[in-house]
Each structure stands twice: as C-alpha cells, then as structure tokens.
Ligand binder design. Structure first.
Ligand code: NAD
Length: 335
C-alpha cells in the first residue's frame, strides 16, 4: 500500500524528491510546503496536492502524512534544516532530510536525539552509497573477499563556484564522501587535514577552502584518505573510491558507473559497467528514496534504517574534526 508523503522545501532538490515519489508505487504525494508561495503553489499543481507555506500549517491541516522529505537549504546548504525537521519530528512524522544533516553539530545532535526519543525513523539523503555498485562492493567486504581491510582512498570533486563561508565546501559536499568511506570501513577515529583556497575561473582568490586533503585513521585500523575539491569537474570525474585489503581491492567510479574487483593473487578481474542498469549519479535519488519508502512501509526499527540521521551526524563529526585539525595544525580525535 502506498505511503502518504509530504515534501518540504520545493527548490531544485525538493522537486527531485517529489519526482521520485511521483513515479514510485510505494508513494502518494499528499502535501508540498515552501515558505516561497509561488514554489509551493507550482509544486502543488504539478503533483496534484495541497500547498502549504509553513510546516506548522501543514501539520495543523490534519492531512495524514506517513513520512516527509525535508529539502530546505540555508547556510552551508544545511542551515535551514533544523527548525522544520524538529517541527516534523515533534509532529510524529518520520523524516528523510537532505545533507548536510546540519552545518552545526549541536543542532544535528538535537535532531538525532529527538528522533530517537520519539522512536521515529530519521534518514538523510546520503545517496552516493545507494547504488548497486556500492551494495556489491559492501558485500565483498562483508564476505571477506578483500581479506583484512588496509586502506581506502576517496576522491570527490566538482566545479562549484558558489561562495558562502570558509567551510562551505567541506560541510556541503563531503557528508557524501565521508559517508561512503564509513559505509565500507566503519567509524573514523582520528583525522589530519590540509586545506587550500583555490581561485575562481576569473582569477579571484576564493572565500572557501575549496581544496582539501584529509588523512584518517579508522577504529579498525584502516588508513583512509579523502581528496576533495570545488575547483575541479569539467566532464567525467565526480568521484572514485578504492578500498584495499590483504586479499584484494575494489575500485568504484562515479558512484555507480564502474565497479571492479582485483584479486591480489590473480590477474583475473570482476568488472561491472552500469551494474543493475544504473547509468549515472542522477539515478541514485530514486534508489535512495525507494529504500526509504520500503523501510517505512515495513515499519523497520529506526535504528536499522540505511543512511540514518545518526550516520549523517557521524560524518559531520569527522568534518568538524578535519576543520579543527586544519585550524590548529594537529591530529584531532573524532568526538
Ligand atoms: N543529495 C544530493 O546529492 C544533493 C545535491 C544537491 C543538493 N542537496 C541538498 O538539498 C538541499 C536543498 O538544496 P536546493 O538546491 O534544492 O536548495 P534551494 O534553495 O533551491 O531550495 C530550498 C527551498 O527550501 C525552502 N525553505 C526554506 N526554509 C523553509 C521552511 N522552513 N519551510 C518550507 N520551505 C522552506 C526555500 O524557500 C527553498 O525553496 C540542500 O540541503 C542541499 O545540500 C543534496
């Protein structure tokens, strides 16, 4: 049976979520909400549901909502998430939020704590791991095909000329890369970071630290490295992830486009191109949203959902530790 779904924040990504719900048999869009009336009204006529201009009025309307997507943005793309998420959770509604969970760790902790207290499913759209390629590779790790894990190298870069604050790049983009690293290798304990401000294409020094290299030590002893940039892009090359172990290694390109297993002792490789028919990054959204719907339809225990608020919080703690490492010039424990 289809779930009644609301979408809050009808900008670019809110409309991507709504488009996924509109074509997913597990969902029926029953409300859209944006503080910009024209955006809410346009979405309401597109998706055939009532428009609301605040979360509070949507909750008061009495419309039955089984779960909601929360797609606001704000400072460092996460500054507006807090109040609307708290209102939805206080209204008893499971929430799928956008990344970053928040640009402020204290608020991220409060949202995760409220969801836990109310026993509500709280997920974040950590969509880079929601690919058949990542699932296969995680299976290789779990089945021991790589042996004991040794290292992970992650690269994620795009050309994003937007400027806000000094830490816009790491806070807005790297919840994704760090989540993928955690997905394969577990909790990160210590980090050491170097940042560089790049230049805009017209030669001006950027406000944000738009290039970074971060070393990581995982709780299980794995060594990690993250390379990130907002000054790159230019065609093919959003992300690559390589995990090595005592028996073999795998490489994933562009989240879903190529995945290859290389044995340490044999020249034979196992290679998939567009595994599961997923051809590009855009298709990670319907995959992630479908998993969220399935897990809600099954009433999965909040602690068991994929890409939870708690996992997003853990990625955010790594981000804050990397910032502290760069600012203080030292290795920082993630806490
Ligand atoms: N997962 C991904 O791959 C991915 C990709 C890009 C962006 N994002 C994230 O998606 C989010 C949205 O990005 P965007 O580009 O669509 O932003 P946007 O600014 O285009 O849209 C945000 C919308 O939220 C509305 N809004 C703000 N506060 C509100 C409130 N209290 N109640 C209702 N509506 C409110 C705004 O009016 C606006 O229309 C950001 O957090 C961003 O980081 C995720």
């Amino acid at each position: 049976m289809a779930l009644n779904v609301a979408v809050v924040g009808m900008g670019n990504i809110g409309n991507v979520h709504a488009g996924c719900y509109a074509t997913d048999p597990l969902a029926r869009i029953v409300a859209v909400c944006d503080i910009i009336r024209e955006r809410a009204d346009a979405a309401a006529s597109k998706y055939g549901c009532p428009a609301f201009y605040s979360v509070k009025s949507m909750l008061k309307s009495g419309i039955k909502i089984d779960c909601a997507s929360m797609c606001t943005a704000g400072k460092e793309n996460g500054g507006d998430h807090y109040q609307a998420t708290m209102d939805l959770l206080n209204g008893g509604i499971p929430v799928l939020g956008e990344k970053p969970i928040s640009n402020e760790v204290a608020k991220a902790r409060r949202m995760v704590a409220l969801a836990k207290k109310k026993r509500l499913r709280y997920g974040i759209n950590l969509n880079h791991r929601f690919t058949p390629a990542a699932r296969l590779a995680r299976g290789w790790v779990e089945k021991g095909c790589l042996g004991e894990l040794n290292m992970i190298n992650m690269r994620m870069w795009i050309n994003n000329p937007n400027e806000t604050s000094p830490h816009f790049h790491i806070r807005a983009l790297h919840p994704h890369s760090i989540d993928v690293m955690r997905y394969f290798c577990g909790d990160i304990q210590r980090v050491q970071a170097f940042f560089k401000r790049g230049k805009t294409v017209d030669g001006k020094r950027r406000v944000c630290w738009s290039n970074l290299q971060v070393n990581m030590l995982f709780a299980n002893g794995v060594l990690g490295h993250l390379c990130g940039s907002y000054d790159a892009g230019g065609g093919f090359g959003l992300e690559s992830c390589e995990v090595t172990g005592s028996k073999g290694r795998f490489v994933i390109l562009e989240a879903c486009e190529e995945v290859t297993f290389y044995s340490r002792q044999s020249t034979e490789t196992e290679h998939y191109h567009h595994l599961g028919g997923m051809t590009g990054f855009g298709e990670t959204f319907p995959d992630r949203i479908h998993v969220w719907l399935e897990q809600n339809a099954k009433k999965l225990a909040p602690a068991r959902i994929d890409g939870s608020g708690e996992e997003a919080l853990k990625a955010q703690l790594v981000i804050e530790a990397a910032i502290e490492s760069w600012e203080k010039g030292k290795i920082v424990d993630v806490r």
